[in-house]
Design a protein around this ligand. Structure first.
Ligand code: NDP
Length: 448
């Protein structure tokens, strides 16, 4: 399957040792595809067993979380933290609270995080964590008791130079506050060991906007480089209506585009006049259903109950910002049919591998989440810097740094893709550029 036998052995071993973990296996496969361009050129990668090591987490913590619901009944959830790779800095990556959470998903996300964090240029290793706990429908007190119980297990393994978790699906400022409060109490220190904190106790300005804004800064570079163009007058379709989708809609509009569709788990809304995303933000801040609530204010809005149908809407730019595997090969064909030129991932691996292959064979420029959604973790890194310096930068200062980081990530992906003869293959560029820094650090630090 791979030109290089070494890669075939690695892939076979990952499949054999993790038979149930399809999301993780897919992420490794996608990464190994790019390694085929470089392992033959550098025998040290095999000599030092770099790939054997990089596909195995340094440590996985798995524990029981027992907590009391509002009726006094004991509830039990699984808790995890995957400390994947610390070669270039402390483990860094979000916590996901969602019923779909399992080890395969967290390993896939943690693996991606290694290269994403490396691409930001900041000293952060890769990690991910979470629980099958569903915050939806829980009271604030229940969420607090759950978060406290989670942190009571995890705090031994965290620290500003060890592991610094952040948010992800189902884990926002409320959860970060409860987790951080408990960490502080148990550890008797205020080093800011979680990012995504509230602004009154060490959070960074622009963190809320960072992933969506960063995505648009990245797409701006794609438009400029590949089409000598800008966002002005472009039709944009954005899936999801959570944190990433919302602020991607805000920034794309600010840059001159029209966002014509958004979605959630129950379906999509579509408007030729452009979506009123401020209203979407209001709906979602009240945890409402997109279609039900949006139609109350705009009853003539076109809509549908299958979220996949959002990809049938004519657009120049598609930004999948909801969840993994939400855009398949059939969706990719629909996008092509309707003239889409750019697909840029705001979520983590929302596009299935055969959809990505189809994009590259059909002249749609694609960027992988590990590059284009790195704005969130980049500002998390900036939050760590501000905490360490006991400083707080302004919104504009952080936004400026975010933009510069996203431009640098694009540059390093693009230049690497050019170097290996595939200028439109940003996945190749991201994987190789992200890997080389981690590889260098692993080699320098010896066998540990
Ligand atoms: P949120 O929980 O804020 O929002 C997720 C949104 O996606 C919700 O609107 C949800 O709908 C919707 N959704 C979930 N599944 C589907 C589906 N199958 N079809 C359509 N819509 C769906 O999450 P975020 O915005 O924070 O994260 C989104 C993605 O981006 C995730 O993959 C995450 O890992 C990734 N990411 C997030 C970062 C961040 O800073 N937040 C950083 C980097 C990556 P509903 O409202 O109905 O639940």
């Amino acid at each position: 399957m791979y030109k290089n036998e070494y890669l075939n052995r690695i892939y076979a071993s990952v499949k054999e040792k993790n038979p149930e973990q399809k999301e993780f296996i897919n992420a490794v496969k996608e990464f190994l595809d790019s390694m085929d361009y470089i392992v033959g050129l550098d025998p040290d990668i095999e000599k030092y067993s770099i790939l054997e090591r990089i596909v195995v987490p340094e440590r996985i913590l798995q524990f029981r979380i027992s907590w009391l619901d509002d009726n006094g009944k004991v509830q039990v959830n699984n808790g995890y933290r995957v400390q994947f790779n610390s070669a270039i800095g402390p483990y860094k990556g979000g916590m996901r609270f969602d019923p779909t959470v399992n080890l395969s998903i967290l390993k896939f996300l943690g693996f991606e995080q290694i290269f994403k964090n490396s691409l930001t240029g900041l000293p952060m290793g890769g990690g991910k964590g979470g629980s099958d706990f569903d915050p939806k429908g829980k009271s604030d007190n229940e969420v607090m008791r759950f978060c406290q119980a989670f942190m009571a297990e995890l705090y031994h393994f965290l620290g500003p130079d060890t592991d610094v978790p952040a948010g992800d699906l189902g884990f926002g400022a409320r959860e970060a506050g409860y987790m951080y409060g408990m960490y502080k109490k148990l550890n008797k220190e205020s080093s800011g060991v979680l990012t995504g904190k509230g602004l009154s106790y060490g959070g960074s300005k622009t963190r809320t906007e960072a992933t969506g804004y960063g995505l648009c800064y990245f797409v701006e570079e794609m438009l400029k480089t590949y089409y000598n163009d800008t966002f002005k007058g472009k039709r944009v379709v954005i899936s999801g209506s959570g944190n990433v989708a919302e602020y991607a809609a805000v920034k794309a509009t600010e840059l001159g585009a029209k966002v014509v569709a958004m979605s959630d788990r129950k379906g999509y809304i579509y408007s030729e006049d452009g979506i009123d995303f401020n209203y979407v933000i209001e709906i979602k801040s009240n945890r409402g259903s997109l279609i039900d609530e949006y139609l109350k204010k705009y009853p003539n809005t076109k809509h549908g109950s299958n979220p996949h149908d959002i990809w049938k809407i004519k657009c120049d730019i598609a930004l999948p910002c909801a969840t993994q595997n939400e855009l398949n090969l059939e969706d990719a064909k629909e996008l092509k049919k309707n003239g889409c030129k750019i697909v840029s991932e705001g979520a983590n691996m929302p596009c299935e591998l055969d959809a990505v292959k189809y994009f590259s064979e059909n002249d749609i420029i694609f960027s992988p989440g590990k590059a284009s959604n790195a704005g969130g973790v980049a500002v998390s890194g900036l939050e760590m810097s501000q905490n360490a310096m006991h400083l707080s930068w302004t919104f504009e200062e952080v936004d400026e740094k975010l933009k510069e980081i996203m431009q640098n990530i694009f540059k390093s992906c693009f230049e690497t893709a050019v170097k290996y003869g595939e200028p439109k293959n940003l996945s190749l560029g991201a994987n190789i550029a992200g890997f080389l820094k981690v590889y260098d650090a692993m080699k320098a630090q010896g066998v540990i």
